[in-house]
Structure formats: structure tokens, C-alpha cells
Ligand binder design. Sequence first.
Ligand SMILES: Cc1cc2nc3c(=O)[nH]c(=O)nc-3n(C[C@H](O)[C@H](O)[C@H](O)COP(=O)(O)OP(=O)(O)OC[C@H]3O[C@@H](n4cnc5c(N)ncnc54)[C@H](O)[C@@H]3O)c2cc1C
Length: 491
Amino acid sequence: MKKNYDVLIIGTGAAGLYGALQFPENISVLLISKRELSLSNSSLAQGGVAAVLDTISDDYQLHIRDTMTAGKNKNDPAAVEVLVREGPGDVMKIKELGVDFDLDENGDMQKTLEAGHSRHRIVHHKDSTGKAITDALINTVKQRKNIDIYENTLLYKLEKDSGGFAAGFLFENGDSCTSYARYVIMASGGIGRVYKYTTNSAIATGDGITFAHMLGARIKHLSWIQFHPTAFAAEADRERFLISEAVRGEGAYLLNCEGKRFAHLYDERGELAPRDVVSDAIMRESIRTNSENFYLDITYKDPEFLKERFPMIYHKCLEENIDITKDHIPVFPCQHYLMGGIDVDLNARTTVDRLYAAGECSHTGVHGANRLASNSLLEALVFSRRAAQDIIERMKTDDNSSPCPEPVKDDLSGNKLPHGYRTEIRELMQDCHFVIKKPEKVPANLIRAKEILNDLEQGGYEINRDFIEARSLATVAVIVLEEVMKENDTE
Ligand SMILES: Cc1cc2nc3c(=O)[nH]c(=O)nc-3n(C[C@H](O)[C@H](O)[C@H](O)COP(=O)(O)OP(=O)(O)OC[C@H]3O[C@@H](n4cnc5c(N)ncnc54)[C@H](O)[C@@H]3O)c2cc1C
């Protein structure tokens, strides 16, 4: 790793990779990922990317309206406009970079429907769109001479002076180093691991949000958390495999423990209502039936169509002894996505000079209080490109002549982390801030989350991945529960 870079990007999901690719050869970029390059929420994305690619059968205004409706009109209209109007250009760009979108018989990109969309506008690669996108972007990034890419490299420190950032990295073999960058783009993903059950990958512990918070960046609407209604209900796993909305888009019925459809009793859009509405319907039906047994049934469709359209879901379910062409799929809601995050403007600038944020760790305002399906990959692409463009532009006038500080060797040794803090934080969050909120439990849970955070900050613990992630989970829990307390106080 070099001593100095122009730009440091934390994260190799869609936001980090696509952002890195915007920089010309004369701008040096360091791109890091705390685990393998392929382990990210981006690579798990199934359904696809929403974009208005043809204005005959679709319309920007319709996509804007659908996004605002799903978001309960709490979206930032200017950000939604940028997302919807600029997004199609970015989708075409990643297609050029090698993303193998499924095509129809005319050779055009196949478009499917998902809950909350009034038109077929989701482009996809079977049911593993995220992997198709990240594979293509990783291949392209690796060919760029100006981009250094490191995996299994954890950001453990981020300090700022007027000319840039000193960042500390911890490698898999236990070695560490520091490096200096003039600009940072946080593309570090979401916070799913702050819940007991989540569809998110193991990296989603809110590290980037925590570092930005420690630098004084404004964090907004962190309590706006989305729960997906149909994660595969396997009790043993923390990371729950997602049964994509596209399965309901293709006509799957949602059944209760009595084998009866019920979604239409809670909302006239039935199974195709936005995901917060369907999650809420399941939880209420769960109380009514006193059962957590819910199922998706798509057995009435042609088996060959299902295997071709949902190969990943088909095989994953088979591993659990469920044949989706014949069996009902057990599902239950769990944490899925974060609408809030590090607050940014339309150029992805945070409130800290030279610090940018893009993708799931950021709050652009596009999603409002609830994200419309398949809008998040689009957001990651559009706003990481904008962050890069803004940096390229300001580098023409910013004074970057101050000498970069020399790298230092930090002493990372310390006390052993007590067992159980992460599990406890997850239980606190699951207990009071799940689909149906329990405001009466928030004050006590907040006090406990603060005690844990305080101990993590003061305990002199060894700096390693367990510690960084535990501190991030505790920080996220405290910010979320403080926000909820404030909202409850003002109601
Ligand atoms: C199962 C599933 C299905 C989904 N399906 C869809 C879909 O069909 N369509 C859609 O639009 N959206 C979908 N989403 C949401 C979407 O995938 C994510 O919101 C989006 O991909 C996030 O991209 P990102 O680049 O912001 O973060 P991520 O892809 O999560 O990447 C985060 C990166 O940050 C790195 N990182 C984090 N902390 C550190 C640290 N301390 N040091 C170093 N590196 C760090 C990680 O290693 C990782 O490389 C889905 C999400 C899930 C979980």
C-alpha cells in the first residue's frame, strides 16, 4: 500500500466500485474491503435495478411517483428527480462494462415488475443481479492502473486534518499500517447485523457510519430501517436468505398458518403492496393467528419457468429441502435495508469537508421512510458517480499542496473484548425497534446500549475486527434509539 492517495474509498460494493471507476488515470484511488471483495450486500442483490429505460411504456414521472408513494412522501424530491432521470444512463454504462442483463426475444433488456412499481422496469440477471454487477465492476477495476484494491483490509481509524484524512488499516495477518488521502468516499454499506435476523451480509455492521459520526458528520434518519417480509425462515441462521420480491411479482401467494391468503385483508394491493405494508400485514396476522408460520406459494407456475427465472432461489431452497416448484416456502420478516445514514447533499458531500458518502451508508433522501424495491443499487450507482465527479471538479481548485503526514505505527494491543456484547445489542434492537415498534421498551434498551458503548470506548480493548464491529453496532444502536426517543417525546 502506498503512503498517500488522492482518494480513499471504503467498500467494494456497487457504490465503491462504480465510484472508483469514474476517476481518470491521473487521480490515485485506494479501494478497500474488510472481507473478500465479493462479500457485500451488493453481491447478494437478487431482484435487479429499477430504471426507466424506455419512455414509451414507462415515464420518469411514474417512477418518481412510485418512489415517493413507497417512501410515504418523506423523500427529498430533488434527490428522487436526480435518481430517476440520471439512473438510466448509469444502468446503460454498467451494461457496457459487462453486466450481463437478461434480454428479451428482441435483444432488449428484459424488464420485470416488483412490488410498489406501476410499470415493468426492473432489469436483472436472473435472480443474482448483484453478483453480475459486482463481478463485472471488480473485473474492470482490476484493469485500472490508478486504482489499488485491497481485500481483507479493515479500516480501524479515520482522522482528519484540514488537507485530508489519515486512515489506519488492519490486514488479515494482523499487520497494520496508516495511509493519507485527500478525499474519502464512505461506501461501507448498511447495518443489518445490528439485528438478530437480517438478509444482510456479515460486513453490514455500520462501521462507516460510526467513523463518520466520530468525525462529526451529520447522521440522519438512522431509525428508518426496512424489514423485508419474505426472508427464508430458517431459525438457526442469523443471515437469512432472501426470497426476492420478484417471486411475488411473478405471482406467488402469501399464505398464513392455515394455508389461506390474507395480504389483501390488510391492503388492497395484496401481495404486491410495498414491503413495509406486507411486513406489517404478516406481523399483525401473526398476532391474530398466534403463529409465526407463513409461506410463499408459487407451485402453480410452470416448474421450468421457475427454475429458469429463479435459479439461485430454487437451488438455495433445495438445500433446505424445499422444492419451490412443489412446496410452500417458509418465510418471515427480518431486517433488510437502511433508508437513513450519513447525511449527504446531491453531490454526496457529507457535512464534513472532503468526506463523501454513497450507497446504503448514506442518506440522500431518495427513499423517504421506505425504499421502493430495486431503487438502492440505482442510488449506489448514481450518487457514487456524483461523488467522484464532484471530487474531480473540486481538485481543480482545492489547495492540496500541504505535505502529507508520515505514516505511523499504531499500537493496537489491549484488553480482550468481553464475550456477548454484540449478541446483546442485537437483542436490544430486535426487542424494541422491529416491524411493530415497542416504544415503551426503548428507554431501558437505550440505557443498556449506552453502557455497552461506554465500556467499549473506555475499556482499552485490543483493536481488531471484533472490537471495531462491536463498537459500530453499539454506536448504531445508540443513535437509532436516541432518535426514536426524540420522536416519541415530540409525538
Ligand atoms: C439479500 C439482498 C437482496 C437485495 N436485493 C436488491 C435488489 O434486487 N435491488 C436493489 O436495488 N437492492 C437490493 N438490495 C440492497 C442493495 O444490494 C444494497 O443496498 C446495495 O448494494 C448497497 O451497496 P453498497 O455499495 O452501499 O454497500 P455494500 O455492497 O454492502 O458494500 C459495503 C462494502 O464496505 C466494506 N466495508 C464496510 N466496513 C468496512 C471497514 N471497516 N473497513 C473496510 N471495508 C469496509 C465491505 O467490506 C463492503 O465491501 C438487496 C440487499 C440484500 C441484502
